[in-house]
Ligand binder design. Structure first.
Ligand code: ADP
Length: 436
């Protein structure tokens, strides 16, 4: 039921993780691109300005450095790639006519210096641009005019390879891709695993709820079937005096009462599930309440041949809802009396110390086999279905008792040994003011 939801949630989470990684990568990439480009431009400009000064200072001697020397041309022709790759800057200067007058490294490569950029400098403008030179790759080119007496007498061009910058950017690109790939490889399965884990208790709770509804429907249908059957019998003999159909009418009344109890119990549990159990806590002497329950249950115990006794310390105060506590005690005493054979003893006792009140219902009845013990507080769980029903049980008593005790801050435990008996213990906190 929730598996599809879990899977969608996991995939959505994974997608968010992947988008975050990708966005981080793209932002890092753009920041780095901006930073590295600014660094290159800054270095190029500084170098160009320096060259302008150098050329001015060395003229006219610098102008004698010729690129037309066949020796130089030969010398550098084969390692131009290397020079450009190294991240170094290459500088040129040209005179006003565009003739190279300064080429300290004697570089001779087709396409550099870049004529268009130089022309702008010769026109008096600073120029900076990126170029893609065949066989060399991306380069950044800056050209500055050389001015003397407000006249452009030449231009300087500085070039720098962008290989280094591009290599760093490529690393970031790869890292981003790797991050996204890792995101896919890790976030998706991890998300699915976590979603499956997270969904497990929800699945279980939903399954419990479904079972509860199914059990409740079944439990409600049983008395209705009996009521209907009895009503049918009564209807078949309309002329008969009411006396003659008294057993059927009595059975109908029994089943209606039973249905009423069941609906009450279901309502209590539904309210408890919804956290809407209305409790009216009052400061109450639980000894007096237990005495009242004992008195009320004595006739049933006598009728079933069970020796019901009551023991208590003089007074045990606690902050509880009177009706709900009475209901809990009745459930426990009723169970002890119902499920103990004639001749058994049942002891209801109330004791307390400084911090807690302890209510115990101990019987010497049939006991409960150990394999059933973990399930006793489950809704509609009965050790012996037929016996419980015959005894008027709905299978909800202990689960209601637990819900009510826990809602009042207490705990309830059950221990049982087959053929020796069962003990149910409730422990309730005393309110701080009266704890002494
Ligand atoms: P029910 O309405 O059937 O009594 P409960 O939730 O009160 O439902 O109890 C669950 C089951 O636990 C009962 O059906 C019964 O089999 C068993 N049980 C409860 N209390 C006792 C007891 N004191 N002695 C033996 N069995 C008991």
């Amino acid at each position: 039921m929730f598996r599809g939801v879990g899977r969608r949630l996991a995939l959505f989470n994974a997608l968010v993780v992947i988008v975050i990684i990708a966005l981080t990568g793209v932002v890092t990439y753009l920041l780095l691109l901006h930073q590295l480009s600014a660094e290159v431009d800054h270095a190029l400009k500084a170098s160009a300005e320096q060259t302008v000064n150098d050329v001015r200072a060395t003229q006219p001697s610098a102008t004698t450095t010729s690129t037309n020397s066949s020796d130089d041309e030969h010398k550098h022709e084969h390692d131009d790639d290397e020079i450009l790759d190294s991240g170094d800057t290459i500088v040129f200067a040209v005179d006003a006519g565009g003739q190279i007058i300064y080429n300290p490294r004697g570089i001779s490569v087709h396409g550099i210096p870049n004529a268009a950029s130089l022309q702008r400098a010769l026109d008096g403008e600073d120029d900076i641009r990126s170029l893609n030179l065949s066989g060399i790759g991306a380069v950044r080119v800056a050209s500055l005019p050389i001015e003397q007496n407000h006249q452009v007498v030449g231009a300087v061009q500085v070039l720098r390879s962008l290989h280094e910058r591009d290599a760093e950017l490529a690393t970031v690109r790869w890292m981003t891709l790797l991050g996204v790939a890792l995101g896919v490889a890790i976030a998706v399965p991890a998300g699915l695993l976590l979603a499956r884990r997270a969904m497990r208790p929800i699945d279980a709770a939903f399954a419990r709820q479904r079972a509860f509804v199914a059990d409740a429907s079944h439990e409600l249908r049983t008395p209705l079937t009996l009521i209907r059957a009895n009503a049918e019998i009564a209807r078949q003999e309309p002329a008969e005096p009411v006396d003659s159909i008294d057993p059927e009418l009595a059975s109908i009344i029994d089943e209606v009462d039973r249905t009423d109890r069941l609906i009450d119990d279901l309502l209590t549990l539904a309210r408890s599930d919804a956290g809407r159990l209305e409790l009216l806590p009052v400061l109450l002497d639980l000894v007096l309440l237990a005495q009242e329950v004992y008195d009320a249950m004595l006739p049933l115990a006598r009728q079933l041949g069970v020796d019901l006794r009551f023991e208590a310390t003089p007074s045990c105060m606690a902050l509880v809802d009177t009706d709900r506590m009475r209901q809990v005690m009745r459930i426990l005493v009723d169970n002890a009396v119902k499920y103990s054979p004639s001749g058994s003893d049942v002891l209801l006792s109330v004791t307390c110390d400084d911090a807690r009140v302890r209510i115990e219902v101990r019987d010497t009845g049939s006991g409960i086999p150990p394999e059933h013990l973990p399930h006793l507080f489950e809704r509609f769980y009965r050790v012996d279905q037929a016996r419980s029903r015959a005894a008027g049980g709905t299978g909800l008593g202990l689960s209601i008792a637990r819900a009510l005790v826990e809602a009042q801050g207490g705990t309830i435990t059950l221990t049982s040994v087959v053929n020796q008996g069962t003990t149910v213990t409730i422990s309730l906190p005393k309110p701080a003011k009266i704890a002494r």
